[in-house]
Design a protein around this ligand. Structure first.
Ligand SMILES: [Fe+2]
Ligand SMILES: [Fe+2]
Length: 188
């Protein structure tokens, strides 16, 4: 008898990403140590860029194909990714001890919450209704692989911190460098 398929599908994976990113943003608000705030901000920026690029590569094409007015939905979502990127670019260069840093964190939180909510209540349920489960599990594997092109931003004391810094590095330009690497535009 066939075992029920309990693998996570792409909707599970992306929803977990949303929760984790929002939790990291919350954590920034509870920290008063500028170094820790900088570290958390770089971590959440790296996570959101990885997530957004993977969505654009593998999930939005499925949205475009399967949803009524898929093309408009995808254009709207990509526009929101660009807005998020603008805020993240300001955040990567902001001083973690300045009030501006907090307002950027709040702005990023609001934009991400809105965008994630829309995906989770509109696009994702329609994908699940339209696409067979095996295909959604395959899509999750593709998303995972796409995200691995750039390493996870680790805590500075983690063993792969050096790898991350060598490949991507924190600070100004982080969003662009990560996006280039993930989308295959980078040669470095
Ligand atoms: Fe998205
Ligand atoms: Fe998303």
């Amino acid at each position: 008898m066939a075992e029920p398929n309990t693998d996570l599908d792409v909707v599970d994976e992306l929803t977990i990403d949303h929760r984790e990113a929002l939790a990291l943003l919350d954590q920034i608000g509870t920290s008063t140590d500028p170094a820790e705030r900088r570290d958390l901000a770089d971590t959440v920026i790296a996570e959101v860029v990885r997530h957004a690029v993977a969505e654009e590569m593998y999930v939005y094409p499925a949205v475009r194909y399967h949803l009524a007015s898929g093309e408009q939905v995808v254009q709207h979502d990509i526009e929101e990714h660009k807005q998020l990127e603008q805020v993240m670019k300001q955040l990567e260069g902001a001083d973690a001890s300045e009030p501006r840093f907090d307002s950027l964190v709040r702005e990023m939180t609001e934009q991400l919450r809105h965008h994630a909510n829309q995906e989770e209540t509109e696009q994702f349920p329609q994908l699940r209704a339209d696409i067979p489960r095996e295909r959604l599990v395959e899509l999750r594997k593709k998303v995972e692989t796409a995200k691995q092109v750039a390493p996870t931003r680790p805590h500075p004391s983690a063993p792969n911190a050096e790898l991350f810094h060598k490949m991507v590095g924190p600070g100004v330009g982080l969003v662009d460098r990560l996006r280039d690497r993930l989308s295959g535009r980078s040669t470095g």
